[in-house]
Design a protein. Structure first.
Length: 235
């Protein structure tokens, strides 16, 4: 986790000092939707539980700090996801505030991004026999770190002032979703027998889906005329 974050900052730093280009900024609105899940090897090995592909979505905003074709994209998104088990019908749902700090390379009307996501879980529920119960905060880790990879292309605009971008994003959690207290109680499905039969295993958040963003260029630092001091210039 720490290595991925350090790698992202290193790439951005090299881009900043390795290119003598203006620093420009953009802001945007984002939404994403796709398949989501909470993968646990012990549950996958248990014959009484059957995995189905869950769903997840998120919405929020973005700040881009760009150095030529490279930059740092900071996304803040409100997210929600579900994981359903079909043989022993149970559904785990979670909501979180997610902060992405991604290195982004944007060139030739497309982009590639990589970096960490920091999730701050604010609610987890378990639905069983048509009864939904809020899970105690002690049962899950409030902070979860994931790795993110994405790519896509511009589908609207190309002048730097406005653009619409459609892409794919893949995420996988490194931090165990469940706390030690939750594991003792059989989290995330509140069934201690699973771990007694199959061994204790971590629960990993996962997401793969489509992301759409609308971006507006704000401005850049540059020289208004030859020999002038650098200043912020609006687009």
């Amino acid at each position: 986790m720490k290595q991925l974050f350090t790698f992202t900052l290193l790439i951005v730093s090299l881009s900043l000092f390795g290119q003598k280009k203006i620093v420009w900024f953009d802001v945007g609105l984002k939404a994403q939707y796709g398949g989501a899940g909470l993968y646990n090897q012990a549950l996958a090995d248990d014959s009484k539980y059957g995995y189905t592909i869950g769903s997840g979505y998120g919405y929020g905003g973005k700040l881009g700090i760009n150095f030529g074709y490279n930059g740092l994209a900071i996304d803040v998104m409100k997210s929600h996801g579900t994981q359903t088990f079909k043989r022993t019908p149970k559904t785990v749902e979670w909501s979180s505030l997610d902060v992405y700090t991604l290195f982004r390379n944007a060139k030739n009307m497309g982009y590639f991004e990589i970096g960490p996501k920091f999730s701050f879980l604010d609610k987890v529920t378990l639905k069983e026999d048509n009864v939904t119960t809020d899970q105690p905060e002690a049962n899950y880790n409030k902070n979860v770190v994931s790795g993110v990879v994405g790519f896509g292309a511009n589908i609207l605009g190309n002048d730097g002032r406005f653009s619409g971008i459609l892409g794919l994003r893949f995420e996988y959690g490194f931090t165990d979703f469940d706390s030690k207290t939750g594991k003792d109680l059989g989290a995330p499905v509140n069934d201690p027998r699973v771990y007694a039969d199959n061994g204790t295993a971590a629960s990993h958040l996962a997401f793969a889906g489509v992301v759409f963003e609308l971006n507006w260029g704000v401005g850049y630092f540059g020289k208004a005329r030859c020999g002038a001091r650098s200043k912020f210039i609006m687009f």
